[in-house]
Design a binder for this molecule. Structure first.
Ligand code: PLP
Length: 375
């Protein structure tokens, strides 16, 4: 049996490793909630909302059921109605577009630019029209998009900006956190995210008091007072167990992100010039949710790693406009040259804060030997 066969598989993400890191604190937080007898929208959620708003640098935060609802509710709270157009990218989790369609709005695709792989602000003016009500900019993989330029263009045309920060907890530009640039921002706490719960969870942050008031109503049946609906809302609430776990993990988020970036720097140093790693700059601080490299020989590298017990993944196997549910029916989907170009080249390597020094070394050794064989 070769040594690769006896070595353990290195996963792309490992949410259980994070639970084990904070096990005592998490177990005691869960016991506290179970014993409290109060399980939905209570003290844990309130505390988390206060602390997470402070972390992002926003006035308010609303815990909701998941990141998809967070985008949908943010758009509704911004005044987006059925039939309105919302511009976003096809290079994202399907959730971004599902959220737009969930509220009856019409997604329109803009292309991305190569450096951040986020929405290219230069494409926006040609897409703006009188039906455009909002832009959803995604900080994909944890890399801040060109959000300042996007925010300026939106403001000039009185179009609302929602940031999709589902992959970017703690990413920042200078000293400003992503999530503080738009009218509202949506976060997911899916277990593998940089800040992950032990089930589904999400949040919307905003510093606009009118949007905040709408969010407060919309996430719980439109109630201003209990059992009286002022507007037609939905049920999308964060539960106390998830909030209690998030309260344990939030103080560790910055250190966890540092650890992710340190691993990414090591990977980057192992790459041959023909293989492009993510850009890591101190000014645009990548949250390194996913370490995604680019090589035209992506499938060969994937196989090479697999043979050495190293898992890798595709985020995503196909852009949204090429997926069966959306193909041929989303405006803008026929003009996305950069989005289409990157898809055959992207590969996500193992990335989570609990990767051991030995795991990182094995990935580095594999990258170095693949690069030397393929230079
Ligand atoms: C970019 C992006 N947006 C939105 C979402 C939706 O989050 P959730 O899975 O919590 O609904 C995700 C999570 O997968 C995501 O990665």
């Amino acid at each position: 049996m070769s040594s690769a066969n006896v070595e353990k598989q290195i996963a792309v993400a490992d949410p259980k490793a994070q639970y084990l890191s904070y096990r005592e604190e998490i177990d005691s937080a869960i016991a506290r909630v179970l014993n409290s007898g109060w399980y939905i929208l209570g003290k844990e959620v309130e505390e988390f909302e206060r602390r997470f708003a402070g972390f992002v640098g926003a006035e308010s935060c609303f815990g909701v059921a998941n990141g998809t609802d967070a985008i949908a509710l943010a758009l509704r709270a911004c005044g987006v109605f059925p039939g309105d157009e919302v511009i976003t990218v096809s290079h994202s989790a399907v959730a971004t577009v599902a959220a737009i369609e969930q509220i009856g709005a019409i997604p329109v695709f803009a292309d991305i630019e190569e450096e951040t792989m986020g929405l290219d602000p230069r494409t926006l003016p040609a897409l703006f029209n009188c039906r455009t009500k909002a832009v959803v900019a995604v900080h994909i993989y944890g890399q801040p998009a060109r959000i300042e330029e996007i925010a300026t263009l939106c403001e000039e045309s009185q179009i609302k900006l929602v940031e999709d920060c589902a992959q970017a907890h703690g990413a920042r530009i200078g000293s400003a956190m992503v999530g503080s640039f738009g009218d509202a921002a949506a976060f997911s706490f899916y277990p593998t995210k940089n800040l992950g719960a032990i089930g589904d969870g999400g949040a919307v942050v905003t510093s606009n008091s009118e949007i905040a008031e709408q969010l407060r109503l919309l996430r719980q049946y439109g109630w201003r007072e209990r059992y009286i609906s002022s507007v037609a809302g939905i049920n999308s609430r964060l539960d106390e167990l998830q909030a209690a776990v998030l309260n344990v993990k939030l103080p560790h988020l910055e250190a966890d992100n540092e650890r992710r970036r340190a691993v990414a720097e090591r990977y980057n140093r192992c790459l041959a010039p023909a293989v492009k790693g993510p850009k890591l700059s101190p000014e645009h601080r990548h949250a390194m949710h996913l370490y995604v490299l680019r090589t035209p020989r992506r499938d060969e590298l994937k196989r090479f790693l697999q043979e050495r017990g190293i898992q890798s993944a595709l985020h995503y196997p196909s852009p949204i406009h090429k997926q069966p549910a959306y193909e041929g029916r989303i405006k803008g989907g026929d003009n996305l040259p950069v989005t289409e170009k990157i898809y055959s080249e992207i590969l996500s390597l193992p990335m989570y804060p609990e990767l051991t020094a030995g795991d990182v070394q094995r990935v580095c050794d594999a990258l170095i030997s693949w690069c030397s064989l393929n230079d």
